[in-house]
Design a protein around this ligand. Sequence first.
Ligand SMILES: *[C@@H]1O[C@H](CO)[C@@H](O)[C@H](O)[C@H]1NC(C)=O
Ligand SMILES: *[C@@H]1O[C@H](CO)[C@@H](O)[C@H](O)[C@H]1NC(C)=O
Length: 324
Amino acid sequence: MKNYLFLLASAVSIHAQDKIADVLATEGKLSTLSSILYNNPALSQLLDDKSYGQRTFLAPSDIAFAKYVSGANITSAESHPSQTQMEAMLAYHIMNGSFPASSLASPGGVAASTFLQDTQYTNLGPEGRSGNVVYASKYGSSGEAGAAGKLEVFGGVGGSAPIVRTDIQYGNGYVHVVDDLLPLPQTCTGSMGKLSLTSLLQALNRAALAQTIDTTPGVTCFAPTQEAFAALGNPEGKLSPAELSGALMLHTLGKAAYSPELKTGTSYPTLAKGQSIKVSREGGSLYVSGSGGGKAKVVRGNVIVKNGVMHVIDQVCTPHFCDK
Ligand SMILES: *[C@@H]1O[C@H](CO)[C@@H](O)[C@H](O)[C@H]1NC(C)=O
Ligand SMILES: *[C@@H]1O[C@H](CO)[C@@H](O)[C@H](O)[C@H]1NC(C)=O
């Protein structure tokens, strides 16, 4: 037993010295990634350079690249039309810090900064994180599901990737293999479009807030579903721009608050003057409500956007609704 443990320990430590290419070569089903890194020394360097501290690489499998290639209608991932886009995509898969699978799998999940600093995809402001964020959870997109499911990572436009192999060590930290590529974060309104939140988009456009929501560094947007607008008789087509503006500001926080940062029982000031929303958790869900009651449930949490995060909710919080 003692000998076995010794062998195991030395095997791990040898592996832990390795460069990313050597480690990927010993694992199966990562050949597309290996060839992309081979042809892109800047990316290998992001992973191998000793001066960037501990990292956790979400390594896309051959399956992940095959799905990406067919979805993007390109001939191969290696001949991706834009090298900079591939670099941004893989930088988004490098988490800044050491995250063994056990830490990602804890209830509530983890919002981790990545190496994606490209300003086309990251605008979190001087007080925000320098790299955009991925959210990992074994308890669904807002980390609250009653029972543990599969360990997944959530990225841009509501995309997620299952972690299928965990805790492979390399010289600068951990590698976890994922079977999908995480989509890069887009603007708020771009993400709403991809998620078919058209009533919300119409409301933002009528209130002339789309640009503000897309360009303010560091925001949290609580985005009501189509059904939520329909249940109120589609006010986005009826209310005045000023009324809409007030209602939409009530759905927006002036900082990026991923679900682990939304503390139960805490009220957060919104961009609507003097109005805050309160966070609660019960029955396997995350809720937000106004001072007077009425609760909106987060039905899709942690959609990562360029300038923060969006949580999709099942009710519109009008000031009236929230104060009643
Ligand atoms: C895929 O790409 C081919 C060749 O560029 C093009 O002809 C075809 O319309 C594209 N299909 C889709 C669904 O975009
Ligand atoms: C990683 O985190 C450290 C410590 O917070 C920070 O100094 C560094 O700039 C980050 N690296 C990237 C690439 O964001």
